[in-house]
Ligand binder design. Structure first.
Ligand code: ADP
Length: 574
């Protein structure tokens, strides 16, 4: 337990109550014989009443039958009674005892109860003095009046009162110091816990990174190989089987990506990239990827782009924008049996610096019941239990979409009616890029040719080597391989390559270390060779580590052949 009722302040409060009650009882016991002896019967009756009152309170405190706060209130009302009766009835003046009582009241009310009650009781205690000053005009603290206590009881009470005030301060000071010490201890414990939590988070991240690598490496080969197979003519039957194989591999791959992404977004480690993008082109590319699915289902995929976006580039993270649209459109296609899926882009507002765009994905599919519309954005939730059975899926897609849309400073909206369809939309404000660097992408008719590029690929996985070999041979290129980091260093320092594709996880020497060694090779041409990391890893610090080790660029596995080609063509010597 970190905090408990019996913390140092609570203990100090109980001690203060004991001290106040015991001292008050002692004071009354001292006073009784004197007032009796001097026939001060009114004083005597007041003292006896107070004595009984204090004894009852002490009993309550010992029995713990009333809370400390309630006891404090009762005791303070006793004090108020003493002050008021002294000023207006007994001493009829403001003497030292009255002033001491007022101090004790102020201390007690603030320390024992709260600031609010502190002010309340202080005002009540001080009020008669204010009246006294207003009516009498002058206070003579040392003036002994007739109704006041007789000497030496008066002096003894003064001494006792001083002691009470000092003891209360001491107790509170003690509690304060202890409290600070407790806080320091607690802080240390928290720091320890934080270190442990960070370590746990790190090992989770490392585990994810390793797992992603282990899972994706074989999957990449499966996807790449099926792509190659599909490029060759086959009987229809075989083509169907290969397509089914590819569909499963791609689903599995996207599931792994979803889980990893969700973890990454959950740990707030995902950073958005800022790249110049033409939104119309981006969405068109996405639709090209979805066309096959809609054709297969016999539904229409309609793309409504806004003409005002044709000629502008905006700064955003294209991967994440695509991921949002892919997820929404993927769902729309999945849950629509007939009709259409529309992807709309509309400019809502545009000025010189910014453009506000509404994205919407509208389908004529199943629709979602109103009570499910909020829930489906939660991780691992689907509209109904039969969804998984009929359509598959994990229920992670919309949770990721929601978070990604939030990262773009927007909110996802949903309008849907059962049987009529769904409309998912969100608005994003983008900064316009007035000087976009137009990257020379390959046009669709270009013949892929990398005959003259000398490529070394450091790759330990035999299946991946085979895949690279096949892809590169289609581009007329004879790629050279190194099976581990050490071999990569040897080959890079004894041959002239134009580029190295560097896998990161490799036996003997990993990709980072191999790059560092290559950068130190004496021959400056060899040391400055263009190195592209080839990685299936998604660890959060991967990008920083790649840059630190001296690599120029990176490509995610499973690599997109077109992306790889564009990057390599850019370094092709003229
Ligand atoms: P998954 O599709 O993997 O199940 P999602 O988070 O993407 O996970 O979607 C959660 C659920 O929301 C789906 O299972 C489905 O029930 C519902 N849903 C999402 N999009 C649509 C849509 N366009 N039409 C009907 N239902 C949808």
């Amino acid at each position: 337990m970190l905090f408990s009722e019996s913390d140092s302040f609570q203990r100090a409060k109980i001690k203060i109550l004991y001290i106040l009650l015991v001292f008050s009882i002692l004071k009354t016991l001292i006073v009784i014989p004197f007032v009796w002896y001097h026939d001060q019967f009114l004083q005597l009756s007041r003292v006896v009443v107070l004595l009984v009152f204090y004894i009852i309170l002490l009993k309550f405190l010992l029995a713990k039958s009333i809370s400390v706060i309630k006891l404090s209130h009762l005791l303070l009302w006793g004090g108020i009674f003493l002050i008021w009766s002294n000023i207006f009835f007994f001493a009829k003046t403001v003497n030292i005892i009255v002033i001491q009582f007022i101090f004790t009241m102020v201390l007690g009310s603030f320390f024992l109860i709260s600031r609010r009650f502190g002010v309340f009781y202080s005002v009540l205690a001080f009020f008669p003095i204010a009246i006294f000053i207003l009516t009498k005009g002058r206070i003579e603290v040392f003036n002994q009046t007739e109704g006041a206590l007789v000497s030496p009881a008066y002096e003894m009470i003064v001494i006792f009162n001083f002691i009470t005030i000092i003891v209360i301060h001491d107790l509170f000071n003690n509690a304060f110091t202890k409290n600070v010490q407790e806080k320091v201890k607690l802080n240390n414990k928290l720091e320890e816990a934080l270190v442990k939590a960070n370590e746990a988070a790190k090992s989770k991240a490392d585990f994810l990174s390793t797992m992603s690598h282990e899972l994706r490496t074989p999957l990449n080969s499966v996807i790449g190989m099926t792509d190659l197979l599909l490029d060759n003519p086959f009987s229809d039957d075989q083509a169907e089987t290969i397509k089914a194989l590819k569909f499963s591999a791609v689903s599995l791959h996207s599931l792994i990506n979803d889980i990893l992404d969700y973890n990454k977004i959950g740990s707030d480690k995902l950073k958005l990239e800022a790249v110049s993008v033409n939104l119309n082109t981006l969405v068109k590319d996405i639709c090209n990827g979805l066309n096959i699915q809609t054709k297969e289902k016999g539904i229409q995929l309609i793309l409504n782009l806004d003409e005002r976006l044709h000629n502008i580039h905006v700064i955003t993270d294209p991967t994440r924008v695509s991921q949002i649209i892919y997820n929404l459109a993927g769902n729309a296609i999945k849950f629509t049996a007939s009709g259409s899926v529309k992807i709309n882009l509309n400019v809502i507002k545009r000025d010189a610096e910014k453009v506000n765009v509404k994205f919407s994905v509208v389908d004529t599919g199943l629709g979602i019941m109103e009570e499910d519309q909020k829930r489906i954005f939660e991780p691992f939730s689907q509209a109904s239990v039969s969804t998984t059975r009929n359509f598959g899926g994990t229920g992670l897609g919309l949770a990721i979409v929601k978070k990604l849309v939030n990262m773009l400073n927007s909110e996802i909206r949903l309008e849907s009616k059962i049987g009529e369809g769904s409309d998912f939309s969100f608005d994003v404000s983008f900064v316009i890029d007035h000087n976009p660097r137009i990257i020379n992408l390959v046009d669709d008719n270009e013949i892929y040719d990398l005959k003259n590029l000398k490529v070394l690929a450091a790759e330990d996985n035999a299946m991946n080597r085979l895949l690279l070999k096949k892809v590169f041979s289609k581009w007329g290129n004879e790629i050279v391989f190194a099976e581990n980091g050490l071999e990569a260093i040897e080959k890079a320092s004894s041959n002239d390559f134009d580029v190295i594709l560097m896998d990161l996880h490799m036996p003997l020497v990993d990709g980072y270390e191999a790059t560092k060694s290559i950068r130190k090779v004496e021959d400056s041409k060899k040391a400055n060779i263009h190195i592209i990391a080839l990685t299936a890893s998604v660890s959060n610090d991967m990008e920083t580590k790649i840059k630190e080790s001296g690599m120029d660029d990176y490509i995610y596995k499973p690599f997109n052949a077109k992306e790889m080609y564009v990057k390599l063509k850019a370094i092709l010597p003229n």
